[in-house]
Design a protein. Structure first.
Length: 330
């Protein structure tokens, strides 16, 4: 719920007048009322569609980071029969710029427009017979709904998901990539910029301001203290005109080691990697990548997050999150 609220608030602040449709699976009355209260506070249009659980019957989740609600993307052509096109956004995103260029773009014969996924697993690419540059992340999609309905794309995606001979690690995202392959417009990274894993981006890609930031992974900033780029999300939450409920955030658990033990482990890792022993070369590559991630994270915070927070603060927004609840409170 906090993710949806901050996504909506950031969307309307940068895109006044945008109409938002929320697809809900088991939304409570309190959550629905809070969303309507936010829309009324900013004078925006909102439609909340409570989707019955039967809509995802027969579709299982094997990825522990996802829920069956991820499949609601496939129901959009049916749920919005009058819409010719939509911009779909995951609820763990923050909008930091205008979406007008996406709305105005001509899709032609393309089924979707999306940003290539820089971190997709190589085994998944092989299973789909797809290249890394082709495969897109489904967190943000510009969907050509007229063609989806005319060609039964959603049904074809469901058939692919139910195929026992083709196991897809990334669930409906991989099904969309499989079915839409060859009819995808690739968007620049600014439209789906990840809050972490910045070593996957070029220095050019990380230098410009994003229009949409994606808090992918299990460490959501409304669930964990110390989550990547949490300052950006918290600033957007503070800019909401209504108060969010108290957030129950847990600290991100990091393995604790004595300094000498860390040095010894790093030397052993580097030595075995140089010798090509076991999986040490891959582990060493990941350790180097983690270092680059940390360096580029700091660079991105300096170039974008801090100026963005300063701009929000200049609006005079009061914190709109109730005091966090601690373990002693519960």
């Amino acid at each position: 719920m906090p993710g949806i609220m901050v996504l909506a608030g950031s969307l309307w602040r940068h895109n006044p007048g945008a109409r938002l449709t929320v697809l809900g699976l088991g939304l409570s009355e309190a959550s629905t009322a809070l969303m309507r209260q936010l829309a009324a506070a900013v004078g925006a249009q909102i439609e909340i569609l409570a989707v019955d659980e039967t809509a995802v019957d027969g579709l299982a989740i094997t990825n522990r980071y996802l829920s069956v609600a991820t499949y609601l993307r496939l129901e959009i052509p049916r749920l919005l029969p009058q819409a010719a096109k939509v911009i779909y956004l995951d609820s763990d995103m923050v909008v930091t710029g205008s979406l007008a260029p996406l709305w105005q773009m001509e899709l032609g014969d393309a089924l979707i427009a999306a940003v290539p996924d820089p971190g997709v697993d190589s085994e998944e690419l092989c299973a789909l017979n797809c290249t890394a540059g082709e495969y897109v992340n489904s967190g943000l999609l510009v969907m050509n709904l007229d063609l989806w309905r005319a060609e039964g794309i959603a049904a074809t995606c469901r058939q692919a998901l139910c195929d026992p001979d083709r196991r897809m690690r990334y669930e409906d995202q991989s099904a969309i990539n499989l079915v839409c392959r060859g009819r995808v417009l690739h968007l620049p990274v600014v439209w789906n910029f990840w809050s972490r894993y910045h070593s996957l981006y070029s220095k050019t890609e990380i230098s410009g301001p994003p229009a949409v930031v994606h808090f992918l992974g299990v460490q959501k900033p409304w669930l964990y203290c110390g989550a990547p780029a949490e300052a950006l999300w918290l600033a957007e939450a503070a800019a909401l005109p209504i108060r969010l409920p108290a957030l129950e955030r847990k600290p991100v658990q990091k393995p604790g080691r004595h300094a000498a033990a860390r040095v010894e482990r790093w030397l052993r890792l580097r030595l075995f990697a140089a010798l090509g022993v076991g999986r040490y070369p891959e582990r060493y590559r990941r350790s180097v990548q983690a270092k680059v991630d940390a360096e580029r994270q700091l660079l991105w915070e300096k170039r974008f997050i801090l100026p963005h927070i300063a701009a929000i603060s200049a609006l005079g927004c009061a914190p709109s999150i109730a005091p966090a609840r601690t373990a002693s409170d519960t």
